[in-house]
Design a protein around this ligand. Structure first.
Ligand SMILES: Nc1ncnc2c1ncn2[C@@H]1O[C@H](COP(=O)(O)OP(=O)(O)OP(=O)(O)O)[C@@H](O)[C@H]1O
Ligand SMILES: [Mg+2]
Length: 271
């Protein structure tokens, strides 16, 4: 039976879309059958990330009742299936997000994982995403405002009978003042399903001309490896998530002084 999971956060910009894309593709790379759904029907960021925003039939048409769900499923990278959302404001306004639950139920048994990228907040479309999946994976940054919003989202999900089962901590920098992994797990009363470091390579995704999720560009980068660990944990493997190493001011200063001189200047000295 398929496992439907909404990736949700409460706070915006914490990495839901990035995590859905990279973990979804990492799961597919490890042999799982995956469907990713751009449930952020107003913004369609996941569709932009996968460059599928101009697909002829999208989730909008399915939620309007003009197309069947099968017609909105496309093949994505590494064998993932994908239901994009469109960019048209008109079709967005006509789409009935209440129909999403039926859409997911119609296809989830064909997959091992169905991942829904939720919008931010706790408005109507978010509720529909949360209520359409059986489970919810929360995303938070290691700070209090983000954690408070994740907690609120957890409570909303429980009321909608969708089970929050884990938390992913994103953009860990190892800086002083960040909440620790254990504090976050204790506050949410949930196990950890990922500690993703802040990685400038991730941010490049939307800047590069040929934008692709980092898992496809640099699978062995720090964030790429972290996404693979989350995929392994979701697949039932025993995974231990380390904190991102805290680098204090002194350590940073030392690392600057310890930097080896560049070869060029050494040769210049010899002359
Ligand atoms: N681990 C990371 N390291 C560096 N940058 C990151 C990381 N995760 C996400 N980002 C960047 O943060 C920004 C927001 O990410 P993303 O769009 O995935 O968040 P979101 O939660 O889906 O946002 P929204 O609430 O608007 O839907 C993007 O520019 C993305 O590249
Ligand atoms: Mg998003």
């Amino acid at each position: 039976m398929g496992r439907s999971i909404t990736i949700a956060s409460g706070k915006g910009g914490v990495g839901k879309t990035t995590i859905t894309a990279n973990v979804g593709i990492a799961l597919a790379m490890s042999g799982q059958r995956v469907l990713m759904v751009d449930a952020d029907i107003a913004m369609a960021n996941l569709s932009l990330l996968l460059q599928m925003q101009n697909s002829p039939i999208t989730l909008h048409e399915v939620l309007i009742g003009e197309a069947s769900v099968e017609d909105a499923i496309y093949s994505g990278p590494k064998g993932v299936d994908f239901i994009p959302s469109g960019l048209s404001l008109e079709s967005y306004r006509s789409a009935d997000s209440q129909r999403l639950k039926g859409v997911i139920e119609a296809v989830e048994d064909n997959y091992d994982f169905v991942l829904l990228d939720a919008p931010a907040g706790i408005e109507r479309n978010v509720m529909s995403s949360l209520g359409s999946s059986k489970q919810v994976l929360l995303v938070t940054l290691p700070n209090s405002p983000s954690l408070a919003d994740a907690l609120k989202t957890k409570m909303v999900a429980e009321r909608l009978m969708s089970k929050p089962f884990g938390v992913i901590i994103n953009m860990m920098r190892g800086e002083k003042g960040e909440l620790a992994k254990d504090e976050i797990m204790k506050m949410l009363e949930l196990p950890c399903y990922g500690v993703i470091p802040y990685d400038p390579e991730v941010r490049k995704t939307f800047i590069l001309k040929d934008s692709k999720p980092i898992i496809l560009r640099k699978p062995n980068s720090p964030a790429g490896k972290a996404f693979q660990l989350t995929a392994a944990k979701l697949s039932g493997q025993e995974v231990k998530f380390d904190e991102v190493k805290r680098q204090g001011f002194l350590a940073k200063l030392l690392s600057i002084f310890k930097k080896k001189p560049e070869k060029k200047s050494t040769e210049a000295n010899k002359k």
